[in-house]
Unconditional design. Structure first.
Lengths: 277, 341
């Protein structure tokens, strides 16, 4: 009886997931096997053409380039996030909450506005260039905005808090006795960090990295605004298929490929975490 | 608890749309913000205004629903043509739109729809180069000034990335039609546009005028009306139609065949064509309208915004942008290839 009651509590959640997650995914997958009509819409002619198109050079290049951008964003987010998380962990307990609060503070303002703020900072008439020119450090403004570099900056900036939080939670769960044992046995601080702390907090690092990678590879707003539309990422390509090329079946097959990549990475991460712990 | 549930229900219900007689979809900010209120005052018809960001977006919505859900749409002419070919549009009943008498005769005889059978023009114009005359040496006169910019303005030009207009710049620079469907010619245009990409600051379809005002960009591939937004803030911003010619675009109003209130839909279009309303459009949106009375009423603006005063002959000598039918797929693919390179 008790289990039955508990199961009833699950129904709203499960129904929500089924209607708004499972069902749309099934629709997307089934859509991807049809073709577009001359004026858009869907012609119900079952075929695999969309998938052979996904692996055409043009689209494969977009996929690879998106992966590269997502990888670099994830890599640097971890590189910057780890020391920050470690610093917060080492800070006196009474400041930790305040520091963590500062980390999530940017989420209080809108994603779009924060991205526009970067455009104001980076553009060739922008704050950074103006200051550098006035200090006589450079003569001509640097072209930072609308490059792959500025896209990566934007992605790191936006997802860094997730990395810090996931690494922080990993570090704070670390058994202090292990670190003391390492030091007792003569390990230097550096040795202890690389041989004990880092390996044991890798699950947090992996989770943070995968998080940034997955969110970055599907992002389309940042490449559009900070990349000036010059760098098409897979997210932009999907957006374009639905909102400008009117090729829903092709967009659906691209989405499916993207979902597959994400699931695969999350699966790898799960295996990795299980192996470590 | 009961009170709490009541409040929740009221909140939920408040998110549901009220039943309107007609639903109109237009680009954001493309008509007066209070147009539905003044329309109701004038005619008693309850209208609801929906917003779309692009032609493609509203096309996607109506093709998915088989044309249901909207009564009047504002779309560019190639899309009106496509909707007509799909059989989704109602025939325009001229008797119900007496304000069409204010039209230039040319606006009744556009080559994609002679006699305005399935659409009524709202605004029209062309595409060209919008530039800072104080920062660009000489007057640009060719599409190649945009695609192969001189050294001093490299990295300071923007282009439209909307598929038809992006390709049009390449096609026109090669002397081809803006409605070209020959794959080899489209390929030539593609190669040229890929080379041009190296010298671009960015692709920008929405806020290029702010980049011109700040000086971040000195030349933009632009629609005439949008260039006026920059001119309005900085008189050094000028607009020119390249010597190779350009496209004539017409933003139209169409009535859906599935509309159950076609009389009210006609009344709405008639209201939009009222000289006072059309004058508002020119004054605030700064686009040309095909309405003689409205253009005469706003002739005082022509000195500050010369492209508003462009003669009908000058405007109509540009090639009308038309639906390219099955080549649309090739257009989309070509644009993806340019953007991905």
């Amino acid at each position: 009886m008790n289990t039955l009651k508990r199961n009833i509590l699950l129904i709203p959640g499960l129904a929500w997931i089924f209607i708004f997650l499972i069902l749309p995914c099934i629709l997307i997958i089934s859509l991807s096997f049809f073709e577009r009509g001359i004026y858009g819409g869907i012609v119900y002619n079952f075929n695999f053409e969309n998938y052979s198109r996904v692996v055409e050079f043009t689209y494969l290049k977009i996929l690879l380039n998106s992966s590269k951008i997502a990888f670099l964003s994830g890599f640097f987010a971890v590189l910057f996030g780890y020391p920050a998380a470690y610093f917060i962990y080492k800070a006196p307990a009474k400041y930790q909450i305040a520091l963590l609060f500062l980390v999530i503070l940017p989420f209080w303002s809108n994603y779009l506005i924060r991205t526009y703020a970067w455009m104001v900072l980076l553009n060739n008439q922008g704050l950074i260039n103006t200051i550098l020119i006035n200090l006589n450090i450079i003569k001509e403004p640097l072209n930072i905005l609308y490059t792959e570099f500025s896209v990566i900056i934007g992605l790191i900036y936006n997802y860094l808090p997730f990395v810090i939080l996931s690494i922080y939670s990993s570090i704070s769960k670390l058994d202090q006795n292990l670190i003391e044992a390492s030091k007792d046995l003569g390990g230097s601080s550096i040795k202890t960090f690389f041989l004990v702390t880092l390996p044991l907090t890798l699950p947090g690092v992996a989770a943070g990295f995968i998080f940034v990678f997955v969110l970055s590879i599907g992002n389309f707003i940042t490449p559009d605004l900070l990349g000036g539309g010059k760098f098409l990422m897979i997210g932009n390509l999907i957006y374009d298929q639905f909102l400008s090329a009117r090729d829903w079946p092709f967009g659906a097959s691209l989405s499916f490929v993207l979902i597959f990549i994400m699931l695969f990475l999350l699966f790898l991460q799960a295996i990795f975490v299980r192996k470590i712990s | 608890m009961n009170k709490f549930l009541n409040i929740i229900c009221i909140l939920l219900i408040s998110t549901l749309p009220l039943k309107a007689d007609i639903v109109v979809s237009n680009w954001d900010g493309y008509s007066a913000p209070d147009i539905m209120e003044t329309f109701k005052e004038a005619t008693g018809v309850n209208g609801e205004m929906a917003i779309h960001a692009t032609n493609e977006e509203v096309m996607g919505k109506v093709t998915a629903s088989g044309g249901k859900g909207y009564d009047v749409l504002f779309v560019s002419s190639p899309f009106a043509e496509a909707l007509d070919k799909m059989g989704l549009l109602a025939e325009i009943d001229h008797a119900k739109i007496p304000n069409m008498k204010h039209f230039y005769k040319e606006a009744m005889n556009l080559d994609f729809d002679r006699g305005n059978q399935f659409q009524v023009p709202y605004a029209w114009g062309t595409t060209g180069l919008c530039y800072r005359s104080d920062l660009v040496s000489g007057t640009p006169s060719s599409w190649n000034d945009l695609l192969e910019p001189s050294d001093d303005i490299k990295g300071k030009v923007t282009m439209l990335s909307t598929d038809r207009w992006l390709l049009a710049a390449g096609l026109l620079s090669l002397g081809y039609s803006v409605n070209e469907t020959d794959p080899s010619k489209l390929n030539e245009a593609k190669e040229k546009l890929i080379l041009a990409k190296k010298n671009l600051l960015a692709y920008d379809d929405t806020v290029f005028y702010t980049k011109l005002v700040s000086g971040e960009a000195v030349m933009a591939h632009a629609w005439d009306g949008w260039c006026n937004y920059a001119t309005w803030e900085n008189p050094d911003v000028k607009f020119v139609v390249p010597s190779e010619g350009s496209d004539l675009w017409v933003d139209t109003m169409v009535i859906m065949k599935a509309s159950s209130n076609k009389d009210e839909a006609h009344a709405f279009i008639n209201y939009i064509l009222d000289p006072a309303i059309s004058t508002w459009t020119v004054e605030n949106i700064m686009y040309k309208v095909p309405n003689v009375a409205a253009m005469e009423a706003t002739s005082g603006m022509f000195e500050q915004f010369p492209n508003l005063g462009m003669s009908i002959n000058e405007l109509l000598k540009n090639e009308t942008m038309k639906d390219v039918g099955s080549a649309a797929k090739l257009y989309a693919k070509t644009v993806s290839e340019i953007l991905a390179d």
